[in-house]
Every structure is written in structure tokens, then in C-alpha cells.
Design a binder for this molecule. Structure first.
Ligand code: GLY
Length: 357
């Protein structure tokens, strides 16, 4: 068992990582809550694969379990489905002395977490993430949200879980494209904080990854925990986690969500920015070559066909923009990162040029 403590005062919690942990989840949940009833919030894809297994594990520890299931996909991360979840919680008789388990990828985590933050003015919740991207990023740090028609994650809260239980065994049913999607974020952690992790990824390949999941997830969650401890409300250091995201979010929106996965957008965003910061002397020579190679090793894009004029309107909407200035995350070398504040109008100078097709 690998465990990481995240020290946030009264909101502190532990992240536990172990293959097979799902079957022991009842015992761990017992240590985290006095609840008698648990509401498991999940999507229909995860429920079909693992819903019965989780319910059995929780019932073994004496819980009354209610599964509240919504349709899988980012399209469900909205106010309508949130209202359905509130109704489901009320119908199940969930009270403030009960708890929610969010079970799945980023959507169940974000949506179920926001339900937990707001139902009855807040009830405890525990994250059991089932995708790489959720295990290394979205389940840790307490960002919970729904999307609005005007953009992603625009209504939400910072609301920390009581604990995070990560079972890498669950990744065996994740399609390869979504393993790669998560690796976009994993590579990001290597870039911003951990040269050793980056070097490990340079040596592994699709069929050797699974033996290293626990180590990889522990590295990423430790980096995120230390950053969030310093800046839980995302006012400074936490922005380093957004390396590749300004351009990445623009790519996701420009092509329509779902064409590029989040991790693919971030991959192209990191590569397109770093090519330019290296040319400008802000990044060590040779970094782009290594970054492009490791991204391509896992089938991730290092550029996209959209030309600058197509991407620009979406960058202008990036919520990291303050006034006419934009904060970019750059890497002086693999394993180090810093914030760079630029004039909003200067952004085209920071994206590797591509021709429209
Ligand atoms: N996913 C970035 C953050 O949690 O701040």
C-alpha cells in the first residue's frame, strides 16, 4: 500500500494506492466516516463494469448502499444532471451524517463532488477514481464543478474529499486511447516537477506501463499534494499544474469537446508552447525533442492542424486570463516550471506555428 497525506489543516486527508483496493474499500471507508448509508454516484459505463463489485465491498462493511447512476460522458456534467443527483440523494434518504462515494473518471468525480459540496449544505465524500486522468489529477485537490453552456467547470467549488482510494487494477478495462489521455497529464507532472518520472516514461511503453502504475500514480499524486498544500485556492503555485492547458483547452474547444481528449489537447499544448520557449531561450536546448518523443511514444499529438486565427478566440476565453494579461506555465528544463505573465496580445508569439489544412 502506498499512501500520501495531503496536509490542509482540518481538510487534510490521505490518498491510498494499491492494486485490488476496490475489494477492501468498505474497510477504508469505515475509517473515514461514521455514516450508515452511502450513496455511490457513478456513470452507467463504470457501473456496468464495477458497480456490483463496489457495492459488495461496501456492504461487507455493513453499509446500506444506494447507487445513483447517470449517463456516461462530459455531456452529463451539467446543472440538469446535478439536480437529478440531488433528487436521487433525497429519494435514498441520504442525510448529513451519511456520505457520498464518487466512483469513476473526472465526470463522476467533479459532478458527484459538487453534489457532495452542496447537498444539505455539504456532506462528506470519498473519491474512488477509475481512470488514469482521475487517479493522477482530478480526484485530488478538491476542485468540483459542472460545465455551463458558456464553458467547462464554470460553476463549482473547492471541496475536499475525506479520502481518495486508488485501485490501478481498474485501469485494465480502460481503452488504450484513455490510457494515453491520462499519460498526457502524467507527462505534464514529469515536465513541471520530476525529471526522474519523465525519464521513466522515456523507457516504458504501452505493454510495460502496467507494472509501474502504482509508482507513477504515487509520483503524480505526491507532486499534486505538495502543490495544493501551498496553494489550495489556485492563486499562484497551483497554476503550475496548468502547463499545456491554455493552448490545450483552446484545442479542445476549437475542435469541439470529444474530438481531442483532454490529455491529447494538453499534450499538443505543452509541445506547441515549449517549441517556442526553447527558441526564445527560455527553455534548455533539446527539451522539445525529448518532449515530442515521449508524447509520440504514447500516441499523443505534438501539434494540431488548426491555425492560429482559429485557436486564438478560445485562448482569449481562458479563465486563467486576468485583464489583458495571460499567465503561461513554461518549463526552463524537464522537471522545473515557472509562471510567465505575458500581454494577452502576445500569445501568438508563444504557439508553434502550423498551417491550416
Ligand atoms: N487540475 C488542475 C488543478 O487541480 O488545479
Amino acid at each position: 500500500m502506498r499512501s500520501i497525506h495531503i496536509d490542509l489543516g482540518k481538510d487534510s486527508y490521505d490518498i491510498h494506492i494499491e492494486k485490488g483496493l476496490l475489494n477492501q474499500s468498505g474497510q477504508y471507508v469505515r475509517q473515514l466516516t461514521e455514516a450508515e448509508r452511502l450513496a455511490v454516484i457513478t456513470d452507467d459505463a463504470v457501473d456496468a463494469l464495477y458497480g456490483n463489485q463496489l457495492q459488495a465491498a461496501l456492504e461487507q462493511s455493513g453499509y446500506e448502499v444506494h447507487r445513483i447512476v447517470f449517463k456516461a460522458g462530459e455531456g452529463s456534467k451539467n446543472m440538469t444532471v446535478l439536480a437529478d443527483l440531488y433528487q436521487g440523494l433525497a429519494d435514498a434518504g441520504i442525510t448529513r451524517s451519511d456520505a457520498i462515494i464518487t466512483f469513476g473518471g473526472g465526470v463522476p468525480g467533479d459532478l458527484g463532488g459538487l453534489a457532495a459540496a452542496t447537498y444539505l449544505r455539504g456532506i462528506p465524500f470519498i473519491q474512488i477514481p477509475t481512470t488514469i486522468i482521475a487517479q493522477v489529477d482530478s480526484s485530488v485537490g478538491g476542485k468540483v464543478a459542472v460545465d455551463l453552456p458558456s464553458g467547462k467547470n464554470q460553476a463549482g467549488a473547492f471541496y475536499q474529499p475525506k479520502g481518495v482510494l486508488i485501485d490501478p487494477e481498474l485501469l485494465t478495462t480502460l481503452p488504450l486511447r484513455f490510457i494515453h489521455d491520462g499519460l498526457g497529464e502524467v507527462i505534464k507532472y514529469g515536465c513541471i516537477r520530476d525529471n526522474h518520472l519523465f525519464e521513466l516514461l522515456e523507457t516504458l511503453q504501452d505493454d510495460t506501463l502496467s507494472a509501474h502504475w502504482e509508482e507513477i500514480i504515487e509520483c503524480c499524486c505526491t507532486i499534486k499534494a505538495r502543490i495544493v498544500e501551498h496553494d489550495v485556492l489556485d492563486m499562484g503555485e497551483r497554476m503550475l499544474l496548468n502547463f499545456g492547458h491554455t493552448i490545450g483547452h483552446a484545442i479542445e474547444r476549437c475542435y469541439g469537446y470529444g474530438y481531442y481528449t483532454h490529455g491529447e489537447g494538453v499534450a499538443a499544448g505543452m509541445a506547441m508552447l515549449t517549441a517556442v520557449t526553447e527558441q526564445k531561450g527560455l527553455t534548455a536546448a533539446g527539451t522539445t525533442q525529448r518532449l515530442d518523443a515521449v508524447l509520440q511514444r504514447y500516441g499523443l499529438p505534438v501539434t494540431v492542424n488548426a491555425a492560429m486565427p482559429q485557436l486564438l478566440p478560445y485562448i482569449a476565453h481562458d479563465k486563467k486570463k486576468r485583464g489583458n494579461r495571460l499567465t503561461l506555465v513554461i518549463i526552463p528544463a524537464i522537471g522545473t516550471s515557472e509562471l510567465l505573465s505575458i500581454e494577452g496580445d502576445a500569445i501568438p508569439d508563444y504557439i508553434r506555428k502550423v498551417d491550416a489544412q
